[in-house]
Design a protein around this ligand. Structure first.
Ligand code: GLU
Length: 604
C-alpha cells in the first residue's frame, strides 16, 4: 500500500511545511495542530493533488487538515465533513458556520443521502419582512445587516442527523480540532484579514468588534494568533451534550436575544422557532439526471442549483458545438455566447418557478419537468448563434399554468464548499453558508460572556425582498413563515451512467454564479477532458439573464470584441469562485482547489 502524503510533496513551500511529520494514534483521535505558515492572497496557482486512498478538499488548510486527521483516525467522509465544518466556523467565519445552513449529499457506495439544513424563516416572518411601512423594500445592505435577515440556523442539526446515520467516530472526537484551535488560536489568513479590513458592518456589532478588531478599529494583522474562547466553550458543550443547548438552551437564548435586540432592525426569532428546527425532516431526495454518458446528481429545491446547471448543460447539448470550444485553455467567444444564452434561459425559469417545495408546487407537479428533454430542446431552439436574445422569458415546463411573478435580481456572495472521498470510496459533497460575507454581521457568544463566538446568517435575504412583481403576481420565493429561501448552492456528485461508479464530487461558493462555476467545472472535466484542477483554473464567466460577466484579467480583448459583435454588453468582474473537486482516477483520486481562494486538498 502506498502511503504517500502528496500534500507534503507539494512544490509550494507553504503547503509542504504544512502537514508533514505528524504522529497519529491508530485508533481514537489525538488532534495535533498543524503548522500554519502564511498563505498568499490573490490568484495562487494550485498543483492539483493525486492521492491513492482518500482525499479531503476544503476552503482553508486548517479545515482540510481536520478532515484529513479524522479520516486517518478511522473516520468516515461524513465524520470528516463535520470536523471540517466546525473548523471552518472558526477559521473562515466570513463564509459558513454553525450560525448558518447547508446542503449535504452523501454517497455510501449504493445510495445518495441528501440532507437539507437550509435555514427557515421565523414564524413571525411574512412577505413584508423587508418592506418599510410605506411598502418600499429596504436597501439591500440594510436588509442584510439586521436581525430581520437571520434564519433559524440548520447546519448543526444537519451535522447531527448525518452523524447519527453515517458517523463512525464518536461525535465528541469530531469537535477536537475546532475546540483545540478555538482555545489555542489560529493564524489570521490574508483573505480573512482583507475581508475584515474592507467590511464596514462588523465593527458595529459589539461581540464581533471586540473579537476581530483592536481598540483603534483595525483588524488584527495577518498571522495574528486569534483565540475564540467563546466558540471553544460552545463547542465543548455541544460535543459533550449534543445540540440541545444550541436549539433549546442557553445558546438559543443568546441567538434569540441578539436577533431581537439588533439596534436598528431587530428580528422576531423566538425560542420556539429555534426549538422547532431539529424536529424538521431534514432528509430529501437528490435529483439525478443524464448528461452525455454521465449521471449528474445534485440538490433539489429549495436549491435552484441542480435544475439550472442541468438546464444549461442540456441546452448546450442540443446546439451545434462551435469548433474550437477552447483556445489556449480559454473558452472561445462563440462557445461563451451559447453558454450565456443557455444561462439566460435557465435563470428566467429559476426566477419564476424555484422556491421551497414545502410551500410552492413544482411546474406541472414535478421539478423534472424543467429538465424534460423535449422542453430542453424547445428552449434550445430559442438560441441564435448570430445574436443574443438579451433577456430570456421563462418557459412553460410541464405546460405549467402557474401565475407566479418573476423575482428580480438580488446579489448574494459568501459560502464554502467541502468535497471528501474516504477510504471506503464513500463521498461527501457539501455546500455551506452564512450567505453574505460575515452574514448578518451579528455575532453570538452563546451568552458565555467570553470573547468571540459565531456569526449569524443573513440567509433570509435569499428570499425575494418584494412579494409581487411589477404585474402584481405573487413571487414564488417570497418570504413566508417557516419557509426556506431559494438557494443557488450546488453540491454535485457525478457517476458513470453505465457502471454507476462514482466519478467526482464538486461544488463552489459564489452566490448565483455558483451555478456557472459548477457547470464550467463539469464541462471542463467531462466534455473537455481536463483534470479537476485544470477545470477549476479555467477562467470564470456568468450570465444571470442580464449582461454576461467575464472574470477580470483572464480573457483576451478579442473574446470581448466578438461578444460585443453578438450584441452582448460585457461586464468584467473578479468572479471569485471557491471550487473544490475530487475525481476518481485509475490510480485513486485527483483533487483540485480554487486558485482564487485558500483551499487545499489533502489525502494519502
Ligand atoms: N446564500 C447563497 C445561496 O444559498 C449562497 C451565497 C454565496 O455563495 O455567495 O445560494
Amino acid at each position: 500500500m502506498i502511503r504517500l502524503n502528496l500534500f507534503c510533496l507539494s512544490f509550494f513551500l507553504f503547503l509542504s511545511i504544512f502537514a508533514c511529520d505528524r504522529q497519529y494514534q491508530p485508533d481514537g483521535l489525538i488532534y495535533q495542530i498543524p503548522e500554519q505558515p502564511e498563505l498568499p492572497t490573490g490568484f495562487t496557482p494550485k498543483p492539483g493533488w493525486a492521492t491513492s486512498e482518500f482525499a479531503v478538499a476544503a476552503a482553508n488548510p486548517l479545515a482540510t487538515d481536520a478532515g484529513y486527521q479524522i479520516i486517518r483516525a478511522g473516520g468516515s467522509a461524513v465524520d470528516a465533513a463535520i470536523a471540517v465544518q466546525l473548523v471552518l466556523t472558526l477559521v473562515e467565519p466570513q463564509s459558513s458556520g454553525i450560525g448558518g445552513g447547508a446542503f449535504l449529499l452523501y454517497w455510501d457506495g449504493d445510495t445518495i443521502h441528501a440532507y437539507n439544513g437550509r435555514e427557515t424563516a421565523p414564524k413571525a416572518a411574512n412577505e413584508n419582512l423587508f418592506l418599510d411601512p410605506e411598502g418600499i423594500p429596504l436597501p439591500f445592505a440594510d436588509a442584510v445587516r439586521s436581525g430581520l435577515s437571520v434564519g433559524v440556523p440548520g447546519t448543526l442539526a444537519l451535522l447531527k442527523e448525518a452523524h447519527d446515520n453515517h458517523g463512525v467516530l464518536p461525535w465528541v472526537d469530531l469537535f477536537k480540532p475546532a475546540i483545540t484551535l478555538s482555545e489555542e488560536g489560529f493564524r489570521i489568513s490574508p483573505r480573512l484579514h482583507s475581508l475584515l479590513q474592507s467590511d464596514d458592518g462588523l465593527r458595529f456589532d459589539r461581540v464581533a468588534s471586540e473579537y476581530f478588531y483592536d481598540e483603534s478599529g483595525n483588524p488584527y494583522p495577518i498571522g495574528y494568533n486569534l483565540k475564540n474562547p467563546a466558540l471553544g466553550l460552545i463547542l465543548r458543550n455541544i460535543a459533550e451534550n449534543g445540540i440541545s443547548d444550541f436549539y433549546e438552551g442557553k445558546f438559543a437564548e443568546d441567538i434569540m436575544y441578539r436577533v431581537q435586540n439588533h439596534p436598528e432592525r431587530p428580528g422576531a426569532m423566538t425560542m420556539d422557532d429555534l426549538a422547532g428546527y431539529p424536529l424538521l425532516d431534514l432528509r430529501t431526495e437528490a435529483m439525478c439526471n443524464t448528461w452525455k454518458t454521465y449521471r449528474v446528481c445534485g440538490f433539489p429545491p429549495p436549491s435552484s442549483g441542480h435544475l439550472a446547471i442541468m438546464q444549461i448543460l442540456g441546452v448546450l447539448e442540443n446546439l451545434e458545438t462551435p469548433d474550437p470550444m477552447l483556445s489556449d485553455s480559454i473558452p472561445t467567444a462563440e462557445w461563451l455566447h451559447l453558454f450565456f444564452e443557455a444561462s439566460k434561459l435557465a435563470f428566467a425559469d429559476r426566477n419564476k418557478y424555484v422556491a421551497d417545495p414545502h410551500f410552492v408546487d413544482a411546474p406541472g407537479a414535478n421539478w423534472q419537468n424543467m429538465l424534460d428533454p423535449d422542453y430542453i430542446a424547445e428552449r434550445a431552439s430559442l438560441i441564435s448563434d448570430s445574436q443574443t436574445m438579451g433577456r430570456a422569458e421563462p418557459g412553460l415546463p410541464g405546460r405549467d399554468q402557474s401565475v407566479f411573478g418573476v423575482q428580480p435580481w438580488q446579489p448574494d456572495r459568501g459560502t464554502s464548499h467541502i468535497s471528501i472521498i474516504d477510504r471506503q470510496g464513500n463521498a461527501v459533497s457539501m455546500t455551506t453558508t452564512i450567505e453574505s460575507g460575515f452574514g448578518s454581521r451579528i455575532m453570538s457568544d452563546g451568552g458565555t460572556g467570553l470573547v468571540g463566538g459565531f456569526l449569524l446568517n443573513n440567509e433570509l435575504t435569499d428570499f425575494s425582498r418584494i412579494p409581487v412583481d411589477e404585474d402584481g403576481s405573487l413571487i414564488a420565493n417570497r418570504v413566508e413563515a417557516g419557509k426556506r429561501p431559494r438557494s443557488s448552492m450546488s453540491p454535485t456528485l457525478i457517476f458513470d451512467l453505465e457502471s454507476g461508479e462514482l466519478l467526482a464530487t464538486l461544488g463552489s461558493p459564489g452566490g448565483a454564479a455558483i451555478i456557472h462555476y459548477t457547470a464550467k467545472t463539469i464541462i471542463g472535466m467531462y466534455k473537455w477532458g481536463l483534470n479537476a484542477q485544470e477545470a477549476i483554473d479555467l477562467p470564470n464567466f456568468a450570465d444571470y439573464n442580464s449582461d454576461p460577466v467575464l472574470e477580470e484579467g483572464r480573457f483576451p480583448d478579442t473574446v470581448t470584441q466578438v461578444l460585443l459583435n453578438l450584441g452582448h454588453n460585457v461586464n468584467i468582474s473578479p468572479l471569485t469562485s471557491g471550487l473544490q473537486a475530487i475525481q476518481v482516477t485509475e490510480e485513486g483520486y485527483f483533487g483540485g482547489a480554487d486558485p482564487r481562494r485558500e483551499g487545499v486538498v489533502m489525502g494519502e
